[in-house]
Design a protein around this ligand. Structure first.
Ligand code: EPU
Length: 428
């Protein structure tokens, strides 16, 4: 186990290249189960969630070959092996094995997923969708059992707008008999990316990216080649880092439209941002003003950037209110930021940030992926050295974080934890 050190105060300059989208990758990989021949996915991020899902595909008989950022998956020999625990519990996206295996084998046993602790994260909408398509679903000792004689298209209204449930229902429906309509679907770019892969495999999907998705089931899907979209959350995180500590930073391989709410808020704060076709140029010129943010489903401000954005707000003049309407308890980073001298209080689903303050380096713990990103942002701004444990969360979603930040001029490094430190960490 390792910990991360950031020596604050260094100015960031230069270019950073954004990798493929984590939240697409984690759905695209299970989606390959639905094909009957080899699927190639290019531009995958080098993160531990991709490793875990590739290993799960191998566990059910997939032949997986990796080369640089590309992966080839031959799903022809896959079987409906039960995946009750172990790896499935280390991440959220293992729930996509439910929809994909149900779609191909008409049965699946998958442990309840893990992932970041952001308050309650039920999967009732996924189950509602599977049942509407004709599956029997039961929860036995922490694993979800799914079985269907056949899957039949249905009209499914989502009571909650959910990225995971929308994708999972698409996965189960593309090989069902007849027509499925998903109403009140989520509209995130990752949903369009998954629909693009499925369409290249031969699926018939219309409306991905709108709140009504129509799917006409087909009997068979075949192999194809797919290039993943850039990671808007990784891009947003570096954009926030550049806003916090940059002089002139180019964020390359982005789709600026995916970052509109963040760009708008940073401009309101007084940051100069130029949008190019596939790049953003960030040039912070003056003192920052506080702004309020409220996380919303896409195309609103993404909850995944709320935590890193809160660290930036500690530098801004005035009081800012940060409200998370997606995960009302996504505030575990606040205690850690307070250790670093931030003046923030949490009231209900809002954090109230008083700025500007000079953050001070401290020993802090990343409790989830984006909390980790928030602490790295804070470490870059802070006086002195910040020591961050909980790196396993950050490694799930940020490829080559150290190399990318070093190339921008940050002072950041990893060190192994001593046995005592590991024990203390594991016991707390
Ligand atoms: N919800 C339900 N019932 C359901 C599903 C969701 O009530 O059956 C609720 C959730 O509790 C939450 C809201 O609906 O309040 C939205 O949840 P959603 O299902 O959209 O989230 P998710 O699919 O589990 C994905 C990302 C998250 C990201 C959210 C919201 C993946 C693997 N995860 O989660 O990403 O925060 O969408 O955009 O795609 C991250 O990358 O750090 C991360 C947590």
């Amino acid at each position: 186990m390792e910990k991360l050190f950031v020596e604050g105060g260094k100015k960031l300059n230069g270019r950073v290249h954004i990798g493929g989208a984590k939240n697409s990758a984690v759905a695209l990989l299970p989606a390959t189960i639905l094909a009957d021949s080899e699927v190639t996915i290019e531009g995958l991020p080098d993160i531990s969630d991709v490793e875990t899902l590739s290993a799960l595909l191998e566990d059910i008989g997939g032949v997986v070959t990796k080369e640089d950022h590309a992966i080839k998956i031959d799903p022809s020999q896959m079987m409906a092996m039960p995946l009750p625990n172990g790896k499935v519990k280390t991440l959220r996206a293992s729930y996509y094995f439910m929809g994909a295996m149900l779609g191909r084998f008409k049965k699946a046993v998958v442990g309840l997923p893990g992932g970041c602790h952001l308050g309650p994260r039920p999967i009732d909408q996924h189950i509602k969708g599977f049942e509407a398509l004709g599956a029997e679903v039961s929860n036995e000792q922490g694993a979800i059992y799914l079985r269907a004689k056949e899957l039949k298209g249905a009209r499914i209204y989502m009571d909650v707008v959910s990225v995971g449930a929308t994708i999972n229902i698409m996965l189960a429906a593309v090989r069902a008999k007849g027509k499925t309509v998903i109403e009140n679907a989520a509209k995130e770019p990752e949903i369009i990316d998954v629909a693009t892969l499925l369409t290249s495999m031969g699926a018939k999907i219309k409306g991905a990216g709108t709140d009504v998705i129509r799917i006409e089931g087909v009997d068979q899907l075949s192999g194809c080649m797919h290039t993943i979209i850039p990671d808007r959350i990784e891009a947003g995180t570096y954009t926030i880092m550049a806003a916090a500590q940059g002089e002139e930073v180019y964020i390359d391989n982005v789709i600026p439209q995916h970052l509109e709410p963040l760009i708008a808020k940073l401009r309101e704060m007084g940051i100069d941002i130029t949008e190019d076709e596939e790049s953003l140029i960030i040039r912070p010129k003056k003192a920052l003003s506080a702004v309020d943010i409220k996380t919303l489903v896409h195309p609103g401000f993404p909850t995944d950037l709320q935590q890193p954005f809160t660290s930036l707000l500690t530098k801004a003049e005035g009081t800012a209110i940060v409200t998370d309407t997606i995960y009302s308890a996504r505030f575990k980073h606040i205690d850690e930021l307070r250790r670093m001298n931030a003046k923030i209080k949490v009231e209900g689903a809002s954090a109230i940030v008083q700025g500007p303050v000079q953050l001070q380096g401290a020993k802090v713990r990343a409790t989830d992926l984006r909390a980790g990103a928030a602490l790295v942002v804070a470490g870059l701004i802070a006086d002195g050295v910040t020591e961050i444990t909980g790196l396993e969360h950050i490694d799930r979603g940020y490829e080559n974080l150290i190399e990318k930040l070093e190339s921008l001029g940050a002072k950041i490094w990893r060190e192994s934890m001593t046995k005592e430190e590991m024990l203390t960490y594991q016991n707390n």
